[in-house]
Design a protein around this ligand. Structure first.
Ligand code: GCB
Length: 604
């Protein structure tokens, strides 16, 4: 057994030039279902301001980088770093809140973790990262496993050929410097938390495994006597003849299929409408689904529902629904820092529930997977988006590819979640021909990956005169739902909300994807005094009344649930590097406006 493993290892070493390998494999579906070892916990780290550990003094990548994890072998050896003598940090986390020296730091930090492995003849090992912000390179035992760009989506490497029996070392170089051609770009209104911000796992898979599978309830057809659930799956290899079975015990539904030459299967399950409980905010019913491949089996919890639009309405399970939403950043409920657990998600979503929400906008990038899964259990619908935000480098092909990859991986991770109903591809982007091409392509790509959900993007009011606000955006043709952000009462037209009228010339549902204003919790005064809770309260009273006049309004996600960290918010004693538009403070205290929105939602 051992012998076999080491043969593979030697072959791999012979063909791969040092440092130039790419072991990345397409994202595995439902990683939590597999046997895995968590690599969370203490990791040693080295802050590397000038990337001494990667480039030589001529700025060429060096063979002697920190990824070697070198140790002096002889007394005279010169090695100017030592992971094991460097401090440790809890992973997952952002470094900004773990080490006070790194609060404002944007640059490179190296991380190191050791783990034990045993040779396995009949299994492969994937190294899975929930997210690393932003640019990261990973080495296993001194060999590069891959390079990943984009701070909010998961990725995995097949490291079976890089590991050895006994102690193994993973080194991760993380760089969160901002650049104009990145996604997001150089400026954005949230904290650029750096680090290995989500879970790391070693996942055991069979050599042939289910790379992806999809279950989806077909749209209701009045003539059909049965409801249809489509099922498809893809192996990681193009191998025919494998048995794939899908089984939903509670519905007594089972189907066995055999893979074709592409390594894929597809089939349909039929169920009597009366038997199937649909997922909805009132009844977030999830069914256990077992999917087996040959002799291995994994389980998921899946809900069934339909989502579509009819003229200006959004229909969930065929019925019109008003989306009572709130925007949320992926930040911890108490203070700043990246949220990274089911507990964090539960607290944040609990506040949303208290507000009366049935919907959340997870802004401005894909959130932690637990956020989506918790929301699904709690009956909360989700808008999920990628960080194509403000001034993207529209003409740069690499920027497009990057955005497209992030979109692909967001959809790959969550396409079996019943509560996700909207993929949003951009936020407040400046109009131009190049932007239209970029976003048009992204929208079409999203639809090609998933034509069962709605596509949107947060647009802006494009013209306002005599208190008439107009929306005119060429991207209208690509979206199912017209969404826009507006800040009447805060950035513009303070006191004029009652006079506002709206012209939205599209026969599509409308979501106001942002509105709001700032208040410092506990600061009280007149309603025209900026930053008081009363100012924010009045803004919510006037804005909600104004929104009631928008024809075809199908939902709203005010900005924002909780005060969040932003380097753009520098006003001393008020902001102190927090955007204060939260309905709850950074410590979770509810402001007066919270209750205005709650009351409005009670009536909706
Ligand atoms: C916006 C952005 C959001 C900002 C918000 C604000 O329009 O979409 O990211 O945080 O305004 O507070 O200005």
């Amino acid at each position: 057994m051992k012998h076999f493993f080491f043969t593979i290892l030697l072959m791999a070493t012979a063909v791969l030039p040092t440092g130039a390998a790419n072991h990345e494999v397409p994202l595995i579906q439902n990683v939590c279902a597999y046997e895995s070892v968590s690599l969370n916990g203490d990791w040693h780290y080295i802050v590397d301001v000038q990337e001494e550990g990667y480039y030589d003094y001529r700025m060429n990548p060096t063979r002697w980088g920190f990824f070697q994890n070198a140790k002096p072998q002889r007394p005279e050896d010169l090695i100017e770093y030592d992971f094991d003598k460097s401090p440790t940090m809890q992973i997952p986390s952002d470094w900004n809140t773990q080490d006070e020296r790194l609060f404002f730091y944007e640059g490179t930090v190296w991380f190191k973790k050791s783990f034990q492995a045993v040779p396995m003849e009949d299994h492969r090992m994937l190294l899975y990262f929930g997210a690393v912000n932003y640019d990261c390179r990973v080495w296993v035992n001194g060999k590069e496993a891959g390079h990943h760009v984009g701070g909010f989506t998961p990725f995995n490497y097949d490291i079976s050929d890089l590991i050895k029996e006994g102690e193994n070392v993973v080194i991760v170089k993380v760089d969160n410097k901002r650049h104009a051609e990145d996604v997001p770009t150089q400026i954005f209104d949230w904290w650029n938390y750096g680090g290995i911000t989500r879970d790391v796992r070693l996942v055991k898979v069979t050599p042939t495994y289910l790379e992806d599978y999809n279950l989806q309830l077909a749209k209701f057809d009045a003539k059909a006597k049965k409801r249809q659930i489509s099922f498809s799956a893809r192996l990681n290899k193009k191998e025919s003849g494998h048995k794939v079975t899908v089984f939903i015990p509670e519905l007594k539904l089972e189907q066995q299929l055999t893979t074709d030459a592409e390594g894929t299967v597809s089939g349909t399950l039929f169920v009597a409408p009366k038997k199937l409980q649909l997922w909805s905010p009132e009844n977030p019913k999830l069914y256990r689904v077992d999917i087996s491949l040959d002799t291995s089996i994994i389980s998921d919890s899946i809900g069934f529902r339909t989502i579509e639009t009819r003229d200006k309405q959004i229909l969930l399970n065929g019925q019109p629904i008003f989306l009572k939403g709130i925007s949320i950043h992926n930040e911890k409920p108490n203070g700043g820092g990246r949220a990274n657990s089911a507990e964090d998600a539960h607290t944040l979503l609990g506040w949303a529930k208290e507000l009366g929400c049935n919907f959340v906008r997870l802004a401005h990038y894909p959130h932690h997977e637990e956020m989506v899964r918790e929301a699904e259990k709690m009956g909360i619908l989700v808008w999920s988006e990628i960080p194509v935000y403000w001034t993207i480098a529209w003409k740069n092909l690499k920027t497009y590819e990057n955005a497209q990859n992030q979109l692909r991986d967001m959809i790959a991770r969550d396409h079996n979640r019943a509560n996700v109903i909207i993929w949003s591809i951009a936020n407040e982007t400046p109009h131009s021909q190049e932007r239209d091409t970029f976003l048009g392509n992204l929208a079409q790509y999203a639809r090609s990956l998933d034509n069962t959900r709605l596509i949107s993007m947060a647009m802006e009011v494009t013209g306002a005169s005599n208190y008439v606000n107009r929306l005119n955006d060429n991207m209208n043709k690509y979206v199912d739902v017209v969404s826009f952000n507006q800040y009447i009462g805060w950035y513009r037209d303070v006191n004029d909300a009652p006079k506002m009228k709206w012209e939205i010339p599209y026969n599509k549902p409308v979501i106001v994807s942002e509105f709001g204003g700032g208040a410092k919790y506990g600061y009280h005064g007149a309603k025209n005094q900026r930053w008081t809770e009363e100012f924010q309260e009045n803004l919510y009273i006037e804005n909600t009344a104004m929104l009631d006049k928008i024809e075809g309004l199908s939902g709203t996600t005010p900005w924002i649930l909780k005060d969040f960290r932003s380097p753009r918010r520098v006003l001393p004693d008020v902001q102190d590097y927090y955007n204060r538009k939260g309905l709850v403070s950074d410590k979770g205290e509810k402001k007066k406006a919270f209750y205005i929105l709650k009351q409005w939602y009670e009536k909706k």
